[in-house]
Design a protein around this ligand. Structure first.
Ligand code: SF4
Length: 369
């Protein structure tokens, strides 16, 4: 059994560690590329959302490398995500691929259910082995999140353009190669040092504008589909913060669901005056985090959404009211297979320009007042 799964940012480091530690053979698909998207779009329904199309491309590329089993997350709720596993299975079967697809449904409090689904992927293992594998995977996931946060803080101040991105790639490689928790901790320390060393001498850098990124989890986390929005903004001198990291997603959707813990209410409470019921995906979180960024005096918010994503369309409708009430500029970028690099870059540059001008206006007012 050679297991593969779809990419979503750097999630592959965690999933690979978990499965390999449980004795499975893993085929990580090639990183998403234009080829991946072109294969996926060719074989998917036109109005399917972008993540489904890129996932199909990932699976086909992995099967070309010998994968014969696909692990896919399931879901419940008003958006189409819960159907995607079945749709993807049908598309790939119709294309003539022979494989097994194992859909890991949300645990909803049933530990045994999770172990049974994992057991189908990796065979029977003693509980201790599951615990060890989960601890290693957790350590890697936390390290990846931490490194991604450090690179966001460092990038606007890098001495040489691209230095922070290169240092992050080296640091992630160290985490990926670590085979014990001690090694992961060391990789995190070394990675943090590498990242901090790319900073230009302090003092030359002005106070950078701060922009928060909100939106649908897949396009927020996957740099290939969002045209590397975070890197682009960082290299324009913007301090970027993202509303969701892999660890948050796993904690909310797996861990708390598994142990029936109360899910984080903060984004829901903040969104309430504008959107007071669940709309699927991360629609409510998008609104709640925008309110939070406005309260934290961020200079702007960018919403990222796949074309036809229902929860984000609902949020997008609400965001102008948030922007008006709380005085924070908000821009929405919608992505599909026709999006272009130049189009995204132009809109980012225009937004950063707007944000910088309003920062200067505020600073001048402050100096006068
Ligand atoms: S959240 Fe949006 S993009 Fe994701 S599956 Fe649902 S509708 Fe599609």
């Amino acid at each position: 059994m050679k297991i593969t799964f779809a990419h979503m940012g750097n999630l592959y480091i965690t999933v690979k560690a978990l499965l390999e530690d449980l004795g499975a053979e893993v085929v990580v698909p090639p990183m998403p590329s234009k080829r991946t998207l072109s294969i996926g779009s060719r074989h998917s329904p036109e109005f399917a959302c972008l993540p489904l199309k890129v996932n199909i491309g990932n699976y086909i590329e992995a099967m070309e490398l010998g994968a014969d089993t696909i692990a896919m997350a399931g879901g419940v709720g008003p958006c189409r995500f819960g159907l995607y596993g079945e749709v993807q299975r049908e598309i790939l079967k119709a294309l003539g691929y022979e494989f097994e697809m194992i859909i890991i449904e949300p645990p909803q409090g049933r530990l045994r259910h999770v172990l049974r689904q994992l057991g189908r992927l990796v065979g029977r293992n003693p509980v201790g082995k599951y615990v060890r594998a989960a601890r290693l995977a957790w350590a890697k996931m936390t390290a990846v999140d931490e490194l991604e946060k450090v690179v966001q803080r460092v990038r606007p101040f890098e001495g040489r353009r691209g230095a922070a991105t290169a240092a992050l790639a080296s640091a992630l490689k160290l985490v990926d190669e670590a085979s014990s928790i001690v090694q992961v901790k060391r990789a995190l320390e070394d990675g943090r040092e590498m990242l901090l060393s790319v900073r230009a001498p302090e003092g030359d850098a002005p106070d950078p504008p701060r922009i928060g990124i909100v939106g649908e989890v897949y396009v927020v986390l996957e740099p290939f589909v969002n045209f590397d929005v975070e890197r682009r903004l960082g290299e324009m001198g913007v301090l970027v913060e993202r509303s969701i990291y892999i660890g948050d997603w796993v904690r909310e959707h797996l861990f708390k669901d598994l142990f029936r813990l109360r899910k984080g209410r903060r984004p829901y409470d903040l969104a309430k005056p504008y959107l007071c019921h669940f709309v699927g995906g991360h629609g409510v979180e998008t609104v709640g985090h925008t309110v939070e960024y406005a309260r934290q005096k961020f200079d702007g918010v960018i919403q990222l959404a796949p074309f036809t994503c229902m929860p984000e369309i609902v949020a997008q409708d609400v965001l102008p009211a948030v922007s008006r009430d709380l005085g924070i500029p908000v821009m929405t970028l919608v992505f599909d297979e026709h999006s272009s690099d130049a189009g995204v870059l132009t809109r980012l540059e225009a937004f950063v320009d707007l944000v910088e001008r309003s920062c200067r206006r505020r600073a001048a007012k402050g100096a006068r007042g």
